[in-house]
Design a protein around this ligand. Sequence first.
Ligand code: G3P
Length: 476
Amino acid sequence: KDTTYFLLINGEFVLSDSGRTITGQTPFDGTPTYTIQAASREQIDAAYQAATKAQRSWCRVPLWKRAEYLHKAAAILREHADEIGGVILREVAKNVSASKQEVLRTADLCDYIAEEGVRMEGQLLTADSFTGQPRKKLCLVQRVPLGVVLAQGPFNYPCNLTGSKVAPALIAGNTCVVKGPTQGAVAALYLTAAFHFAGVPAGVVNFVSGRGSEIGDYLVTHPLCNCISFTGGNIGLEVAKKAHMIPLQMELGGKDAAIVCADADLDVAAKCIVSGAFSYSGQRCTAVKLVLVVQEVADALLEKVLAGTRKLTVGRPEDDCEVTALIDRNAADNAEALAMDAKQKGAQWLTEFRRDGNLVYPLVVDRVTEEMRLAWEEPFAPVLPVMRVKSVDEAVQYANRLRYGLQGCVFTQNVNQAIIVASRMTAGTVQVNGAPARGPDHFLFLGHKDSGINAQGAKWSIEAMTKLKSLVINLP
Ligand code: G3P
């Protein structure tokens, strides 16, 4: 049923003061989902002002107490995992088990960040470690909060990737203005509400929704914004240009390449490629978006990849299918255009191209060449391009020419080869004999090149949301 959801400003759930709302639709069949509020500029101002005011006292709340709020929020998320999972399923067509898992993963992340946060340590330097200096100065280095963090997550993990910004921001003594993705806004609101109901003071977490095209620039250029934590597509590059000298933590697009060497365990490689390319219909920044396989094992690998692909379940998220409808019509149109472009330029579809509305069936595209869009662009859809290469060296060189550098993976049974290839790949993370993935969520996660700036992962997110400050004590 259609339900109306609110903004959260200074501890109160409110409607848009302009009366403007947006009604979402299920990706699957366009059934109306939820009605969210289109926040006005005045309401965005109010959210930032509340966050700024609240931050002055929030940063003085003892660290153990802030950690307690995070643990309480985690408990609330766990308690409501089915309900929030149901919202995620409805808004973004993620299947039943993955939707619930997203909520539980977020709860675990909040707990972990609370524990990590209380162990944040400073540093002490003494002057006499520098040549010629007497021991008369002490330098105390500590991490201090940035202020107000704009936490802007994407549709594909509306709960988890909002939580992975809010939790580190709060433990570090910042407050937040959360901007929910338009599709996924209600899940992001639930996440924000978990902190509100955990009892954080008014203004510590605020939530606004509305079309990015209308309020995005206003949010990211707001004078009271002290940090932008953004996950999304290439629009992040524009956000980075507009932001005024404030710290950025961004995870943007990816074109994660899977390099398969001649000595790879092809069963392992195929399994990882299929799950990496097609889980949540390929709508993950870390999806396998290009296979670079040396030609002598290409046929054998593809036989196994096809066998795995044919076993995938395709259909409704309620039925827990692995491949479900893409987020909207544009996404499905783009996937189709990429597939057609490749076919017209000589690529081979190894599975039939099939589309029912926004539901695109898994497609493996062999013999992709550099002239094709699929060789360079991220499909963000269940479309897997395969390029056959003469050598591992050629594969690495090609992967490094891509504009993105989020993750990559190499499949080989030779440990030396794994280390050499991984070291040469320009990506934030290279997985050896495994599919690209962000988690577990305390691991370092970051993009090189156009894939992002600054790092994520529990400890690194806390660092990204703090700045260094020193206190120098001059002794007599
Ligand atoms: O697309 C968002 C990105 O962070 C992927 O996360 O957990 O699917 O590797 P994950």
